[in-house]
Design a protein around this ligand. Structure first.
Ligand SMILES: Nc1ncnc2c1ncn2[C@@H]1O[C@H](COP(=O)(O)OP(=O)(O)O)[C@@H](O)[C@H]1O
Ligand SMILES: [Mg+2]
Length: 336
C-alpha cells in the first residue's frame, strides 16, 4: 500500500495548475488505502483501478480542460477533485466557473448516477456538466462543503423530506429496478444465516415479497442513499442532493438511510424508538410517503445491511457487531 496512491497524479502527469500555483496530490492516501481492498464487482478490483487512476485523472483534466484548484475530497468509492473549468461547460456551473471532477471505482450501484443526475437536471440535486459513463467520470457543479451532518436533526429530516418530494420524477427504463432488488432479497434473506434473529429475517423476506406485489402503479426515480452527508449546501438553493445510487420504484424505500445514519444521536432506552419514529414521521410527512410502507422497507433494508456485513467474510469486529445490533434496534422500532 505504501507504494500506492498516485502520489502526485499532478506531479507525475503534469497536471499542476496551469498558472503555476500549488500542486495537489489527486489521490488521497486514506482513500487509496480503503479502495485497494475492494474485490472486483463486475468491472475491476480496487487495486487495478488505483493503478490507473492517476493517468485517468490526468486524461480527464486534459480532455475536459480542467484545472485542479483544491485538495481532493473523497467518499468510500469516489475521488472528487475541485476544479476550475477552462473550456466548455462554464455556463452550467454559474459565475464561479468552478466544478468538481468525480471519478468512481466502477461498481453496479454507481453505473446509473449520471443518468439520474441528468433526469433531475439540477432540481433538488447537483448539476451534471458532462459525464463519461465508460470511465465512471462526471464533471459536476461545485457545491459548499457544508452538509446536513450537524444541522439539528428535526430540521435535517425536514430538508430530506422536502428534497425527496422535489426529486420525484418518473424513472428512466435503464435505471435498475427496485422490484428486481426486492425479489432477490426475498430469496436471499430467507436463505441467509442467522445474523439476526430468524423471525426478523423471515419477516424481512416476506415483506420484500409483499411490497412488490402491492407496489405503487408508477416507478419513481429513487436516490436510495439520501443521508446527511449526501446533502450539501449551495448558492442557488439552500440544499441539494449528491451521490445517488439510483433505482426505479417505490418512494417509501428512500427513508431508511436517514434512520441508520447519525445513530449516535438516537438516545438510549425508550428514547431510541421515539427518535427513529420521529425522523420517519418528519420525512414521510414532508415527502408524502406512506409511513407503513417506509417502515416495511426499512426492515428489509436493515436485514439486507446486516446480512451483507456478516457475509463480507472475516469475523465481525466490534464496529460490525455494533452495526448489527443497530439493525436489530431499528427493526424492533419499526415493528412496535
Ligand atoms: N458537487 C460537489 N461539490 C463539492 N463537494 C462535493 C461535491 N460532490 C461531492 N463532494 C464531496 O466529496 C465527497 C464524496 O463525494 P460523494 O459523491 O458523496 O462520493 P461517495 O460515493 O464516495 O460517497 C462528499 O462527501 C463531499 O464532501
Ligand atoms: Mg457520499
Amino acid at each position: 500500500m505504501s507504494s500506492r496512491p498516485g502520489q502526485g497524479a499532478a506531479a507525475g502527469h503534469g497536471h499542476g495548475p496551469r498558472d503555476g500555483g500549488a500542486r495537489y496530490d489527486l489521490v488521497p492516501a486514506l482513500f487509496a488505502h480503503e479502495v485497494a481492498g475492494y474485490a472486483a464487482e463486475g468491472w475491476m478490483s480496487g487495486q487495478d483501478w488505483l493503478d490507473d487512476l492517476p493517468a485517468l485523472l490526468g486524461s480527464l483534466l486534459d480532455e475536459w480542460e480542467l484545472e485542479p484548484i483544491g485538495r481532493p475530497l473523497h467518499g468510500v468509492c469516489a475521488v472528487v477533485v475541485p476544479v476550475r473549468l477552462l473550456g466548455a461547460g462554464r455556463e452550467t456551473v454559474g459565475v464561479s466557473g468552478e466544478g468538481v471532477l468525480k471519478v468512481t471505482w466502477p461498481h453496479r450501484e454507481a453505473a446509473a448516477e449520471p443518468l439520474a443526475l441528468q433526469t433531475w437536471n439540477g432540481h433538488g440535486a447537483v448539476r451534471l456538466v458532462r459525464a463519461d459513463p465508460s470511465r465512471f467520470a462526471m464533471l459536476l457543479e461545485r457545491l459548499h462543503t457544508r452538509d446536513l451532518a450537524r444541522v439539528e436533526i428535526d430540521e435535517a429530516c425536514g430538508v430530506i423530506g422536502d428534497l425527496l418530494s422535489t426529486l420525484r420524477r418518473p424513472a428512466h427504463p435503464r435505471i435498475p429496478s427496485l422490484t428486481a432488488y426486492a425479489e432477490r432479497q426475498a430469496e436471499e434473506l430467507r436463505a441467509a444465516p442467522p445474523v439476526l434473529p430468524r423471525r426478523y429475517l423471515d419477516q424481512a423476506a416476506a415483506l420484500a415479497g409483499e411490497l412488490v406485489t402491492r407496489a405503487p402503479s408508477e416507478d419513481r426515480l429513487l436516490h436510495t442513499d439520501l443521508h446527511y452527508t449526501n446533502v450539501l449546501g449551495a448558492y442557488r438553493s439552500p440544499w441539494l442532493a449528491i451521490d445517488p445510487k439510483p433505482m426505479g420504484g417505490d418512494v417509501a424505500f428512500e427513508v431508511a438511510p436517514a434512520l441508520w445514519n447519525r445513530a449516535d444521536e438516537l438516545g438510549t432506552g425508550s428514547q431510541v424508538r421515539w427518535s427513529l419514529r420521529r425522523r420517519l414521521e418528519i420525512i414521510c410527512e414532508g415527502a408524502g410517503i406512506d409511513e407503513g410502507r417506509a417502515r416495511a422497507w426499512t426492515i428489509v433494508r436493515e436485514a439486507d445491511n446486516a446480512v451483507d456485513l456478516a457475509s463480507a467474510g472475516a469475523a465481525l469486529d466490534a464496529g460490525g457487531r455494533d452495526r448489527i445490533s443497530l439493525a436489530v434496534t431499528i427493526i424492533k422500532a419499526m415493528n412496535d
